[in-house]
Design a protein around this ligand. Structure first.
Ligand SMILES: *Cc1c(COP(=O)(O)O)cnc(C)c1O
Length: 464
């Protein structure tokens, strides 16, 4: 076997990848035929691939590289920690400074009485923890039958069996026996696709009231918790109508249902505040965190838990944990990432520079003949592609056909913009500058123009 480095020819790397590397969320045989793209390095908001293209990463990796690529402070923090203490567990009445410092920092940043952190290696693991936590909480309080968790269709909470069950992704549920028992789903607050003739405000209320209907149907004594992302990310950057979260909060309060805010994408500055819960006025009992926590430089996630749940669950041994819960290297990297976010006023940059600059240009994309709506909160945004702007029409082609074409045009124009069905989504690094936003918009516009031409000539510009 050759030594495998960036210096091998692309075709050789692709062949070895196809032979041995089985990719997540991928049709692997088709990818082997097409040839995978090899990313070799990255700096700021730009990726470089093995063919030397400089690609503007409009997705911050997978919604996570909030601080941008190439920050030496983070690699230094990792190297220091690896030399001092590369690993020790936090199970057996032991701890270490990185886990202590990160937990204390998160308690300081998190709103309200969210003062306790249970660490995991990822967002999926953290949501699995949350299932165990809320059920054990109610059992400890003498209500073991209070074990049902309500979530939303087209929500995303991760890909383990537990987290995938909390999520409402039909394509995921179609494989491998999900959802597990005790998890039920209500409608997502996706006005553009599902709001019909209702106003967004009325639709937001009726979606939220499905939570109340479900609680009443099951009996309040059966419902442990409700989980939702402040803004659905992987579901297509669905920004709920303004009426939605206040009504969800009211219902959770009324029935004493625990509220879990999945902040894996919305957390750490994405919406212009530390947490999406602040942006939407949500008062969660638990927040799920991962992704931007370390800006993706090290795998780490966790659950930030309120005083009451920590006290109740703390009465006995919680029979749950991960080898890498509070991993010292990942924790040191996350802590350094949060320090940079604060020292460099990244939230201020999002709120007062990047968001206002992008918002104007992003909204203007709605004038494009293919664009039905644009959404942007902080630095997370989406556009709906449509053949019929007036009626928010869907394409006659299979959902995602046009979105995929647009994504491929973006790639060809050196822009990473992802598609979810026929919505295009962005979540660039939070450090993106106005000049880089200009490049992103220029490439996005060109890609939309090319998509429009392509689908017109292929006869795909037809409404269902
Ligand atoms: C990505 C994501 C997860 C899962 O995180 P992983 O680190 O991929 O396990 C959970 N919730 C939300 C909202 C996410 O976007």
């Amino acid at each position: 076997m050759p030594t495998i480095t960036n210096h091998l020819p692309t075709a050789e790397l692709q062949a070895l990848d196809a032979a041995h590397h089985f990719h997540p969320f991928t049709a692997n045989n088709a990818l082997a035929t097409k040839g995978v793209r090899v990313i070799t390095r990255a700096d700021g908001v730009y990726l470089t691939d093995s063919e030397g293209h400089r690609i503007l990463d409009g997705m911050a990796g997978l919604w996570c590289v909030n601080i941008g690529y190439g920050r030496k402070e983070l690699s230094d923090a990792a190297a220091r920690q690896m030399q001092e203490l590369p690993f020790y567990n936090t199970f057996f009445q032991t701890t270490h400074a990185p886990a202590i410092a990160l937990a204390a920092k998160l308690a300081e940043l998190a709103p309200g009485d969210l003062n306790h952190v249970f660490f995991a290696g990822s967002g999926s693991e953290a949501n699995d923890t949350n299932i165990r936590l809320v059920r054990h909480y109610w059992a400890t309080k003498g209500m073991p039958e209070r074990d049902v968790i309500i979530a939303r269709r087209n929500g995303y909470h991760g890909s383990t069996v537990g987290a995938g069950s909390l999520g409402g992704m039909a394509a995921m549920h179609a494989q491998g026996g999900m959802p597990i028992p005790g998890i039920v789903h209500i409608e997502e607050p996706n006005w553009y696709a599902k709001g019909g003739d209702e106003t967004p405000e009325a639709f937001g209320l009726s979606c939220a009231r499905q939570l109340e209907e479900k609680i009443v149907e099951l009996g309040a004594g059966r419902v442990a918790a409700f989980i939702g992302e402040p803004i659905q990310g992987a579901g297509g950057v669905i920004v709920p109508p303004s009426t939605y979260w206040p009504e969800i909060q009211r219902i959770c309060d009324k029935y004493g249902v625990l509220l879990i805010a999945d902040e894996v994408i919305c957390g750490f500055g994405r919406t212009g505040n530390w947490f999406g819960s602040e942006t939407f006025g949500i008062r969660p009992h638990i927040m799920t965190i991962a992704k931007g926590l370390s800006s993706g430089y090290a795998p780490i996630g966790g659950s930030i838990i309120c005083d009451e749940i920590a006290e109740v669950v703390g009465r006995t041994e919680f029979n749950h944990g991960y080898t890498y819960s509070g991993h010292p290297v990942a924790a040191a990297v996350a802590l350094e990432n949060l320090r940079l976010m604060e020292d460099e006023n990244i939230l201020d940059h999002v709120r007062n520079v990047a968001h206002p600059y992008l918002a104007e240009r992003w909204a203007k994309l709605a004038e494009h003949p293919l664009v039905g709506e644009t959404k942007l909160v902080g630095l997370i945004g989406s556009i709906a592609l449509t053949p019929d702007k007036e009626r928010r029409g869907k394409f006659a082609s299979d959902e995602g056909t046009v979105g995929y074409i647009c994504r491929e045009k973006c790639f060809a124009n050196n822009l990473v913009m992802r598609h979810v069905g026929d919505r295009m989504v962005i979540a660039p690094p939070l450090v993106i500058t106005p000049e880089e936003i200009d490049v992103m918009i220029e490439r996005a516009t060109l890609s939309l123009d090319q998509t429009y031409e392509a689908i017109r000539s292929e006869g795909l510009l037809k409404a269902a």
